[in-house]
Design a protein around this ligand. Sequence first.
Ligand code: VGL
Ligand code: ZN
Length: 202
Amino acid sequence: MRDATHALIVIDVQNDFCPGGALAVAGGDEIIPRVNALMAEFAVKVLTQDWHPADHASFAANHPGAQPFTLAEMPYGPQVLWPAHCVQGTTGAAFHPALATDPADLVIRKGFRAAIDSYSAFFENDHRTPTGLEGYLRTRGATRLTLVGLATDFCVAYSAVDAARLGFEVTVLEGACRAIDLDGSLAKARADMRAAGVRLEA
Ligand code: VGL
Ligand code: ZN
């Protein structure tokens, strides 16, 4: 057991990000045994859940004529348009059935505002609107964070970079993550994480 200042953040281990899901990440389900084992090691354990309304602005289907995996310009900057995924209340939005959710202290949902996406567990994609996770972790006394989950190059990386900027000591266990890797996004995410001072471990 690690000490009480050390929190585990499990990002988006949901059906839609696993094989067979609407935005499947290759091998997404392979990380689950290790994630479950890690849960027993940490005093503070948080799960995040991507949780979109059906009319969410990140869905290509809500932009007439737009194809998934292309870019759209949003008021807060460029946004990848995704296949509809993690729609609130659907099976796709549920945690993968093999994920041990009972040990978690907190489940934080993100991306629930129709007009703005939220990759990071800390801020929406405008980099300003907080999710509340920072306050939760600080009031629990957490100073060191270990991040695992899906997808390495989007929600894990954005969360890790934000956490490092907020002053947490951040480690990403890449072996307990899987990536989408869209147009070099994994290489960029790894460089961004390193530049922000995030430790990348296997
Ligand atoms: C994610 C794309 C869209 C993720 C969420 O969890 O990495 N990626 N929504
Ligand atoms: Zn999403």
